[in-house]
Design a protein. Sequence first.
Length: 487
Amino acid sequence: MSIALPETVTLGHRFAGELPEMAVPWLAEEAPDPQLLVLNEPLATELGLDPATLRGAAGIGLLVGADVPEGATPVAQAYAGHQFGGFNPRLGDGRALLLGELTDPAGRLRDLHLKGSGRTPFARGGDGLAAVGPMLREYVISEAMHALGIPTTRALAVVATGRPVRRETLLPGAVLARVASSHLRVGSFQYAAATGDLDLLRRLADHAIARHHPDAAAAERPALALFESVVAAQASLVAQWMLVGFVHGVMNTDNVTISGETIDYGPCAFLDAFDPATVYSSIDTGGRYAYGNQPVVAEWDMARLAEALLPLIDDDQERAIALAVDALGGFRPHYNAAWTAGMRAKLGLPEGLDDAVVGALADDLLPLLQRDHVDHTSFYRRLAAAARGEVEPARNLFLDLAGFDAWAERWRATGPDADAMDRVNPVYIPRNHLVEEALTDATAGDLTPLHQLLDAVTRPFEERPGLARYAEPAPVDFGAYRTFCGT
Ligand code: AMP
Ligand code: MG
């Protein structure tokens, strides 16, 4: 059976067609009793899909992969990856499928992808499934990231399958329908490179250039230009994570995109108290992916991409390495520029103020926040109030009052713009305790708290009455937060 998609929308198979070695045609496992839990209507509309159609039986069939449109070729994508530093040459979509590429009304190609759609040939020991809670978690956090203006995969829908999933207990199963500008990862290039098939690697690079970094096609060395573009995109992305207090939690090379979008919302979480050592993931015992390590880890991941691209950069390996090392050197300046620009905005500092002054103000602030365990998100909103003359709410967050006062005096002297601060510093982020509360209730069948949370975090900069609890840090009795991969 195939559903009637609007005529303007086609589900293409460019990835599968151009890179068949990395695409295993596959079908979703049947969902015994599919129930739509949440649909992203604005995103559906943006994609040229009709929300009412998606809510109907045929639409839900598409969202769980049961009814694919005529001509579509769903595939499980092959990729490799360094997981916590160790290389695995074959990971791939163990529980996910690329249904195909939508061409949205603006002419952009967007992957329509399912997660939790059943075992594939890449499933290894996994069951191929996903539970309602973690799929709703990805929905909430990725949509919050989008609303914060951070490049990310999007969540189109979560459908409960009616099939239980065995984790520590039996949980209701679900499929997440996800949209991305592509699912090409650093690990995709590592996979192609590891096959030793230079033609495959070249086709993958051409595909990535065409989809994400088209200017690279005209460069003297397109693969090097592609690498430079990815380095810039990732440096900018991770700077934005740092500015908003996002801890990705599993920055393995298979979870790092070529597009520069955030992907894989397994163990991620937002900071409460500012502390570079913050780790939430239960398996990250060494703190490899701690909040403060994210920039150096992203740079490390970019080095792995460079290695995979070397044969395309120059036939002479020594020359290729020299060029790649030079390009990798662009990561730090890009990151620093993006981070400093972001801190300028967060602190409401004037455009004309010298970068060195911005950098010094930011560098002197962070140790104060860290030492006094200041809540990262509410601090910057309260600081905007301080720019309006109401200093106490921000000041009250500190124990070291003299330290804060001395810093604040320097900051006030620059003439910070409070309204500009409120446009970039969120009131509402997906607070860990509220996410957990919403997911627990949703798993038990009550979606009201989830919708309230979504309402708060999808308009994060707009303070609204009745949402005060969404702006508060977790109560102390919430304790240390733990997150999990592969849930
Ligand atoms: P992740 O930690 O989500 O980046 O996943 C790493 C790898 O494990 C990918 O190849 C996933 O497809 C695979 N994987 C994670 N969970 C499952 C599962 N329940 N069943 C099959 N494969 C899985
Ligand atoms: Mg992953």
